[in-house]
Design a protein around this ligand. Sequence first.
Ligand code: CAA
Length: 261
Amino acid sequence: MSDYETLLVEQRDAVTLVTLNRPHALNALNSKVLEELIQAFRAFEADDSQRCAVVTGSGDKAFAAGADIKEMADKGSAEMYKADWFSGWTEDFTRASRKPWIAAVNGFALGGGCELAMMADFIIASENAKFGQPEIKLGVLPGMGGSQRLTRIVGKSKAMDLCLTGRMMGAEEAERCGLAARVVAHEKMLDEALEAAATIAGMAPLAAIANKEAVDAAYETTLDAGLKYERRLFQVLAGTEDKAEGMAAFVEKREAKWTGR
Ligand code: CAA
């Protein structure tokens, strides 16, 4: 357990569980949450015993119902432009750790909540989850990547539908269009996410990072450049102790023992 004001952070063996903890505001994402999430992810990155993280929301109702509207209501464009508002989410937070993490979406994932979930490596959703980019109803648009990440994940038509109508999408639709990797019964969702995280945590650490970087590259590069990047990562991993161990363990029909080197 930890001393954060807006988060609960606990270590379960090699898995760090981060719970957004502002249930009275449906876990709305304010500046304090951002500051603490960056802090928690930097600590997760620095701790070699921690190999995968899960982020979820406290309470039964919400993962996060968006950026904190009450915090933004009085801010004008000069103030937001000067502070480069939301860059902490799209830049500092996403760079705080290179290790894999899963969003365990237990309820509303709206606006910034949906955007935070999309920053994860993948989403495991409860059947009660509801995703959406309702910013248009507030007279604005997504600001933490919704128009960009959602479009890359679900395609133009569905992203336009969600951004322009501001409607919510249920878990089944989210899985169908590739936003959620898995949909699980509400009460089993967190266990399933922790189990997936434990599986990832049991893999060779450098291979986990390389797999994540290679899949991420597919969003940002041409196929040709992505294929080359994947090959280079493969060639780099070929020189690791864990590659030698993994292949020897296969041949010798035993469990591999990873060192992270
Ligand atoms: N910011 C601040 N407070 C929020 C909030 C948010 N995004 N979402 C909910 N809350 C607060 C409510 O104000 C309410 O507080 P009070 O009890 O003090 O009034 C409390 O959480 C419970 O919410 P509701 O009473 O509204 O609960 P509900 O069950 O009736 O409705 C809901 C749930 C449909 C999710 C509704 O709360 C809602 O529409 N929330 C806002 C969703 C939204 O517009 N998100 C986008 C925010 S903008 C953004 O995220 C920009 C970006 O791209 C980064």
